[in-house]
Design a binder for this molecule. Structure first.
Ligand SMILES: C=C(O[C@@H]1C=C(C(=O)O)C=C[C@H]1O)C(=O)O
Length: 107
């Protein structure tokens, strides 16, 4: 007996997230472990960037204080709060306030 295909029956299409090369799908544990490794790497980079921001911010503060100014510049901080809110929505404001606390201490 020979197998016949019915031309009116559509062949099943692969699931949208199926690997194109027919390789076995990754288990949830593998997906989670890979994603967590990326998150750990991103967090390390974010922390490094924050440390860099603290250093640069303190340079600005020191220069201003050395020339008789104040540590805090409120208009500039308002611009930064707006930037983070525009970029990240309402929670961005809290994140920016935490960053400013880290960079110049509690205002
Ligand atoms: C670095 C500055 O000094 C302070 C620290 C700021 C910051 O960390 O972004 C912003 C404003 C100032 O309160 C600055 O005026 O640019």
């Amino acid at each position: 007996m020979t197998a016949t295909t019915d031309p009116t029956t559509p062949s099943p299409s692969p699931a949208p997230d199926a690997p194109a090369d027919g390789a076995a799908e990754r288990s949830p544990e593998e997906v989670i472990a890979t994603a967590r490794a990326r998150i750990d790497d991103l967090d390390a980079r974010i922390i490094g960037l924050i440390e860099e921001r603290v250093t640069v911010s303190r340079q600005v503060q020191a220069a201003r204080i050395a020339s008789g100014g104040r540590r805090v510049h409120l208009a500039r901080e308002m611009d930064i709060l707006r930037r983070y809110r525009d970029g990240l929505g309402a929670p961005g404001t809290g994140l920016a306030m935490t960053l400013l606390d880290l960079c110049r201490g509690r205002a």
